[in-house]
Design a binder for this molecule. Structure first.
Ligand SMILES: Cc1cc2nc3c(=O)[nH]c(=O)nc-3n(C[C@H](O)[C@H](O)[C@H](O)COP(=O)(O)OP(=O)(O)OC[C@H]3O[C@@H](n4cnc5c(N)ncnc54)[C@H](O)[C@@H]3O)c2cc1C
Length: 555
């Protein structure tokens, strides 16, 4: 082993060959691929905002808070000391600090404070960075980011609530929203008997007065089985009214100043995402306003779901990035068999492969975010965003669990120990693949986009054609995808394979156009070559490992 200066001297031994503490990270400055993607996709003007969050969120202090917030998960406080029903989740103070930080930096509303200027791209970059630190507070940030289009369907609701949601002040007080400096918003869709299939909902809504339909008052009764971030100020909620499944805005407090009829029954004991309360609630004549047209509840809330899906895609890329950063740090400082791990050829193959995956996931989600920015004025962009969101949600999320496991393994034993961030990342990793449309549901959604959005496939093919002629494997993948898309046999059975093929071909096309050739060549020579197994560390020996690893490393 290379002689090393001791890191510490203990009575029985010197501590050597252990990595130094990582200290502060700069999630923006250290991430060249992120900076390039933000500039490329139209939010370069917002670099100062990105950089400010990157520094603040990446500090060792923020990482410590994230650790604390997950070690001390929220507790249910159903009643106060006098027996009054208060329905609160009590969070560790660090959770509030993290919420405050995220809201101050517009992680949940940057897009809506910067409409028409690349706001979704900027927002995606903020999500990518913050999610590297903590996933629990990102759940309410995702719902905040996604809620605007659903609220905009109903002017009276939008006028009242949107200004509150655009605030950059976190106000944790459990008081009526009108008295607060800023608000957050959640969503209640899932019930015991059905999550993907929300038509199975049984919650009922009856008119509270003589009027009915959009913008009028209803009382909701029933239950909801997964209600995350229950201290939000309002919740978009699905329930059946006379005209069918409809969407309602249900605030924590009623307009008459009383607590609304939503009763927290339980905080779930979850695998990960532990800083965030995910609850079961009963609705007893909960007061709400119908949002969107009666009987069109799924249509109304689907825009919120779509925003959450883009969030899942980009936040999964962020999670993979943080696992990679940790793995690079560890392997740079840990020696085995006479060399730093990062210099061992097989470890280089693993690290470079992990780095390529992060770049591919980031490029895909940022490209979709740009399409969302352009969607209001460009039909093709809207069609691309429609299919691209489903594809990116499926593939980025699907790749994350294996990616994080591999980054963890790069640490050897210490990666399995709670004091490192890796176990927390590992527990967080499968979640994005479940909520907001589990894997199969996303692939079926890709089929739905193909059938119901006539220019989805043309928009996709137009995007791919931009990269034609630069890489033979990519050209072959584009041709293969085209034939697969024309084949209408057994589409449902083939939906995963087809979605994966769209994802990797699109990622290849984006990298070939925009990434250094070391990265794009490695991507195409693995993901688009025959016999790719999907496991990490199998890049062919022609790859420029040093160039890929150097690019991924912190400055
Ligand atoms: C931590 C956490 C927090 C959550 N927070 C919220 C929240 O705040 N609000 C909320 O409304 N929900 C929330 N959810 C619920 C989440 O959105 C649902 O769990 C998810 O939509 C899946 O629904 P389900 O659990 O009923 O599974 P199911 O719908 O029963 O699906 C089970 C499996 O079957 C597959 N499947 C379903 N349909 C088909 C099909 N047609 N063909 C093939 N396969 C199919 C799915 O892909 C999945 O793998 C949360 C979930 C988690 C884990």
């Amino acid at each position: 082993m290379t002689p090393q200066k001791p890191l510490a001297q203990l009575p029985t031994h010197d501590v050597i060959n252990m990595p130094p503490h990582m200290g502060d990270q700069d999630l923006w400055q250290d991430d060249v691929a992120l900076q390039e993607s933000v500039r490329r996709e139209g939010a370069g003007w917002a670099e100062a905002d990105m950089a400010a969050l990157g520094k603040a969120a990446g500090s060792a202090e923020t990482f410590d808070k994230a650790d604390q917030a997950n070690r001390f998960p929220p507790e249910l406080r159903a009643y106060d000391r006098y027996g009054m029903r208060v329905n609160q989740a009590i969070f560790h103070p660090t959770y509030h600090d993290l919420m405050s930080l995220a809201i101050k930096h517009q992680v949940g509303n940057f897009a809506w404070n910067n409409l028409g200027k690349g706001g979704h791209v900027g927002n995606a970059a903020l999500i990518y960075q913050f999610n590297q630190v903590e996933g629990g507070v990102m759940c309410p940030m995702a719902m905040l980011y996604s809620s605007f289009p659903s609220l905009q369907t109903t002017p009276a609701v939008a006028d009242e609530w949107i200004p509150r949601l655009l605030s950059t002040t976190y106000d944790q007080r459990d008081i009526p929203a009108a008295e607060k400096h800023g608000s957050t918003i959640g969503m209640f869709m899932t019930e015991k008997q059905g999550g993907s299939d929300v038509r199975a909902n049984t919650t009922q809504a009856t008119p509270a007065g003589a009027s009915r339909g959009i913008g009028t008052e209803y009382l909701l009764s029933g239950h909801k089985y997964f209600c995350s971030a229950p201290m939000c100020d309002a919740f978009l909620t699905l329930a059946y009214s006379e005209g069918g499944l409809s969407c309602f805005l249900v605030p924590r407090w009623r307009p008459d100043g009383l607590r609304n009829g939503m009763f927290l029954e339980k905080i779930k004991d979850k695998l990960g995402n532990r800083s965030n309360a995910s609850t079961e609630i009963e609705l007893h004549d909960a007061w709400g306003i119908m949002v969107g047209d009666e009987g069109r509840g799924i249509r109304t809330i689907i825009d919120m779901v779509a925003g959450n899906r883009l969030y899942c895609a980009v936040s999964s890329a962020g999670m993979m990035r943080q696992g990679l950063v940790q793995a690079l740090h560890h392997t740079q400082h840990r020696h085995a068999f006479g060399k730093a791990l990062i210099e061992q050829p097989l470890m280089q193959n693993v690290l470079a492969d992990l780095a390529v995956e992060v770049e591919a996931a980031l490029a895909l989600s940022m490209r979709v975010a740009r399409a969302l920015d352009e969607a209001d004025t460009n039909e093709d962009a809207a069609a691309f965003a429609r299919i691209g969101t489903a594809v990116a949600k499926y593939w980025n999320c699907k790749r994350t669990a294996g990616h994080v496991a591999e980054s963890l393994e790069c640490h050897g034993g210490p990666g399995y120990i709670e004091e490192s961030i890796m176990p927390r990342l590992y527990r967080e990793a499968p979640l994005n693949s479940i909520w907001e449309g589990s894997g199969n549901v996303m692939c079926l959604d890709v089929l739905r986009a193909m059938h119901r959005t006539p220019n989805a496939i043309p928009a996709l093919m137009a995007e791919l054609s931009l990269a034609k002629g630069a890489n033979g494997l990519l050209d072959g993948a584009i041709n293969y995808l085209e034939s697969e898309l024309h084949n209408r046999e057994n589409l449902e059975l083939r939906a995963r394979a087809l979605t994966e093929q769209i994802a990797i071909t699109l990622q290849g096309a984006l990298l070939v156009q925009h990434a250094p050739s070391a990265v794009s060549d490695a991507f195409c020579a693995s993901r688009l070559a025959p016999r790719w197994s999907g496991a990490y560390g199998g890049l062919p020996s022609t790859v420029d490992f040093d160039a890929i690893i150097e690019r991924a490393r912190r400055n």
